[in-house]
Write a protein that binds this ligand. Structure first.
Ligand SMILES: [Zn+2]
Length: 202
């Protein structure tokens, strides 16, 4: 009887701590730390984009076979591209970033940011599906490679260029509107991202 109560008590003592830790972190990330956090997030997103664009260049311009077109890092470390876990990991990092940094946005920039978040949520489900097939060792429709749902209609390389574009465009619009808030939306900003709120140097 004593032992049965322990997990519950442990959860009761740990959870409030974790919750207030999460609240502190997200509060900082969306106020004083929002500008820097968005910069770091953008660098990660752009680096990932660069890899996809190099891969597209290798396929369409250089005419390399798809399995050998692995971007820059994948050229030296082929396992980075062939391992589903890294693709899934990136999709998850992206989803978590969009989630953690969302409350710093307001008004129309928030709407655009959330559109990006929901599209990335679906993109991440697709990667979870790919990851699941890699773990189980069996692929949807007995395909020789792991398949995501939209992949039945659009080939994988093109599909992920499309997904990344669909996530990227609303994300950038959201960031832009956050930096240059439309009239009436500045008042809700709690961070230093808005360009007009900074002391003018000139
Ligand atoms: Zn901000």
């Amino acid at each position: 009887m004593e032992q049965e109560r322990i997990p519950g008590e442990l959860a009761a003592s740990v959870l409030p701590g974790l919750r207030s830790y999460y609240r502190d972190i997200t509060e900082k990330l969306n106020t004083v730390g929002h500008e820097r956090a968005l910069q770091v997030f953008l660098i990660i997103v752009l680096a990932h984009w660069a890899e996809h664009l190099v891969q597209a260049y290798q396929i369409y311009v250089m005419g390399w076979p798809i399995p050998e077109s692995r971007g820059v890092l994948g050229y030296w470390f082929p396992w980075m591209v062939s391992s589903e876990i890294l693709h899934y990991g990136y999709a998850l990092v992206m989803l978590i970033g969009l989630w953690l940094l969302r409350t710093g946005f307001s008004g129309s920039s928030y709407t655009w940011w959330m559109i990006s978040l929901w599209i990335q949520f679906w993109h991440h489900i697709e990667h979870a599906l790919l990851q699941g097939q890699a773990i189980i060792g069996e692929n949807l429709a007995n395909s020789p490679v792991p398949m995501s749902l939209a992949q039945f209609v659009i080939p994988r390389v093109e599909l992920h260029l499309i997904y990344n574009t669909l996530v990227f465009i609303p994300m950038i619009i959201g960031m832009y509107k956050h930096m240059f808030p439309p009239a009436g939306e500045e008042a809700h900003t709690r961070c230093t991202c808005a360009v007009r709120l900074k002391p003018s140097v000139t």
